[in-house]
Design a protein around this ligand. Structure first.
Ligand SMILES: [Zn+2]
Length: 231
C-alpha cells in the first residue's frame, strides 16, 4: 500500500523518486539487497561537497552499496589532529578506511563552489556564516596561494584555481592520517583528486598531490594522485 502523502512540491518529487528506486532496485534485484542487508563492502570512499549539483552517486552512476560518501562544505579534509574533540569528517574517513577497508578515496571538488568562494573572498563571517567561516579557514593556505596570482589572466581563473587547489590540499591532508599513509605505502589504498566542472560537463583528475589536473579519458581507468592498488 502506498503511503498517504501530501500532493505536489519538492518533497512529493522525492517520495515519487523513492517509489521509482524501490521498483528499480528492490523489486528488480532482490538478491542485491539481500546481500547488502548482511553487510556493505564499498571499494570507494568519496569526499564531496554538499552542493546539490554534485551528488557523486548521481554524477557517477553508482549503484546501492558502491560508494561510502562523506559530504561537507567545499569537500574539505581537515588535517589529522588528536585533541580529544569530536571530528565528523575524520571519523567517517576512519570508518571507511579501517572499518570497511575501502581501496580508493576520491576527493571530488567542483566548479562554482560557494564554499571555496567564501574562503577566497574571506567574507563568510560578513555574509552571516559563523560555522562556514571557521570551516573553510582550514584551507587558508589555498587563499594565500591564489592571492599570490598576479597577472590578469591568472586573476580571471582564480576561482577555478582555488577549487582545484582545495582538492589538492585535502589530498595532502589525507596523508597526515597515519592509517591512510600506512595503507597508501603498502599498496592497499590509492588517493584520487577529481574536479567536476559542471559548466563544461567534464571530469578531471589530479596527476599528483600537487597537480596538475587532466581530463579523464572515456573508457580508461583513472590514475591515482598517489598510491597504487591492484585492479
Ligand atoms: Zn561546493
Amino acid at each position: 500500500m502506498p503511503l498517504d502523502r501530501p500532493r505536489g512540491g519538492a518533497l512529493q518529487r522525492l517520495t515519487d523518486g523513492f517509489d521509482r528506486f524501490r521498483g528499480l532496485h528492490f523489486d528488480a534485484d532482490p538478491e542485491l539487497f539481500a546481500r547488502l542487508l548482511e553487510r556493505q563492502a564499498p571499494e570507494v570512499l568519496v569526499i564531496a561537497c554538499s552542493d546539490s549539483r554534485t551528488d557523486p552517486a548521481i554524477i557517477c552512476g553508482a549503484e546501492p552499496g558502491d560508494l561510502f560518501v562523506i559530504r561537507n562544505v567545499a569537500a574539505i579534509v581537515p588535517p589529522h589532529v588528536h585533541d580529544g574533540q569530536p571530528h565528523g569528517t575524520a571519523s567517517a574517513i576512519e570508518f571507511g578506511v579501517i572499518g570497511l577497508g575501502v581501496r580508493h578515496i576520491v576527493v571530488l571538488g567542483h566548479s562554482f563552489c560557494a564554499g571555496v568562494r567564501c574562503l577566497v573572498d574571506h567574507d563568510a563571517a560578513a555574509r552571516g556564516f559563523t560555522y562556514v567561516a571557521d570551516w573553510v579557514e582550514i584551507m587558508r593556505e589555498v587563499r594565500e596561494e591564489v592571492e599570490g596570482l598576479v597577472t590578469e589572466a591568472e586573476r580571471l581563473l582564480v576561482a577555478r584555481r582555488a577549487e582545484q587547489a582545495t582538492v589538492l590540499a585535502s589530498l595532502r591532508n589525507l596523508m597526515t592520517y597515519p592509517f591512510v599513509t600506512e595503507r597508501v605505502h603498502d599498496g592497499r589504498l590509492a588517493l584520487h583528486g577529481w574536479y567536476f566542472h559542471f559548466g563544461w560537463g567534464t571530469l578531471q583528475a589530479a596527476e599528483s598531490l600537487r597537480g596538475p589536473f587532466r581530463q579523464l579519458e572515456a573508457g580508461q581507468a583513472p590514475k591515482p594522485a598517489i598510491g597504487e592498488v591492484a585492479p
